[in-house]
Write a protein that binds this ligand. Sequence first.
Ligand code: NAP
Length: 214
Amino acid sequence: MKVLIVGANGKVGRLLVELLKAGGKHTPIAMVRSQEQADALEASGVATVIADLESTVEQLVSVVHGHDAIVFTAGSGAHTGYDKTILIDLDGAVKVMEAAEQAGVKRFVMVSGFGADRREAWSDAIRPYHAAKHYADRLLAASTLDYTILRPGRLLDEPGTGMISIEEGMERGSIPREDVAGVIAAVLESPATIRQSYDLLSGKQSIGDAIAAI
Ligand code: NAP
């Protein structure tokens, strides 16, 4: 599959690009927002497309067109204001969904956030971020797309263990970004995860076994 990774220059995005490239089954296409980022990825043999989530749906239709799947792992980050949270984490995500529907790209994997589905789980410090993730996920679930929503806990930069828990309604926890990338890659292979949403944390089952059990 040709997999468009939105947020490919981010921490999870970079790990996923490398994983899909190494796996050899899929072709990752990295959506990034600068020529410099594109040049660095192209130098390592990764195809790129330059686009910004603040562009129009029409522009994004031409970006997503021709791909077989989209992974959304972009985010405005902790160093911008809540205006960017609305414009990227919410509206940016929804514009990519609209573009995917218009371009006929059905498969869509969303990297959401732990607790986004439950208001009572939102922490006061970043409540607008949780709200943005919540409504992006709700619109994805109401779309015609073959979605999988992953709600990972706190992301860690330490090496992955390959051991996870993936289900609904878990207690708060964490997971290495490398394992999130591993789960995204596994989910792309699993039709059983289509139109499903999961919490995702480090756990006791291998990624392969956990996804095969779904
Ligand atoms: P990250 O390193 O901050 O990467 C986010 C990417 O989004 C960056 O590459 C950034 O591009 C891109 N981006 C931002 N604005 C954009 C725009 N206007 N157009 C196009 N791309 C844009 O994020 P991460 O740590 O890999 O996290 C991946 C996902 O997990 C995010 O959705 C995040 O919200 C979610 N999440 C995070 C946590 C956590 O503990 N941090 C927990 C659960 C879920 P540049 O590289 O150009 O800046």
